[in-house]
Design a protein. Structure first.
Length: 177
């Protein structure tokens, strides 16, 4: 079963470690945020996938697209949306209501906006932690043989999701509280 993983924190006091542990177990907020954004903004249901084995974050896609929205302030880290290019095309189709045949600026903008909406919706569900947290402008990376790296996070939420037969990941990695 794919569940949130709590990663040990160094240099964080006991209260912050407790808060990180609490956040790391809140996959419900992540799942609710994804379902809400997909249904309201794309008109399609989206559900978490329960994996029978542990998936190493990022290992499920050899090539693809990654959208990143940074977190700064009370939470410091990143929200990361990752998928294969054909999934990005389908997601963009749902967002703009028109067929997409090429991985162009429209698709990249749609993907960045989807990541931004997911990050903002998740952040809004955790007001006790994120009242003083800002989101960055989204960045979109595409291609092959790239790796996204953050310092060892205080907490890590990682989930696989599916919509309309398409699979993607959404994760939250925070280096500190």
């Amino acid at each position: 079963m794919m569940t949130a993983q709590t990663v040990g924190a160094t240099g964080i006091d006991a209260q912050e470690t407790s808060e990180a542990s609490k956040l790391a177990t809140q996959t419900k907020y992540l799942d609710d945020s994804v379902a809400e954004v997909f249904l309201l903004m794309m008109g399609v249901p989206c559900r978490p996938i329960v994996a029978k084995r542990t998936v190493v974050p990022g290992a499920e896609f050899n090539t693809g697209v990654t959208a990143i929205v940074g977190l700064a302030g009370r939470l410091s880290g990143a929200c990361v949306l990752r998928m294969q290019e054909q999934v990005a095309l389908r997601m963009a189709e749902f967002m703009v209501g028109a067929p997409m045949s090429a991985f162009d600026r429209t698709v990249k903008d749609a993907l960045g906006e989807a990541c931004n909406m997911l990050a903002g919706t998740w952040k809004g569900k955790l007001t006790e932690f994120t009242a003083n947290c800002m989101l960055s402008v989204p960045a979109v990376i595409s291609g092959s043989n790239y790796e996204f790296h953050l310092p060892r996070p205080a907490f890590h939420l990682y989930r696989l999701y599916a919509f309309d037969g398409n699979v993607f990941t959404f994760s939250i990695d925070c280096a500190g509280l």
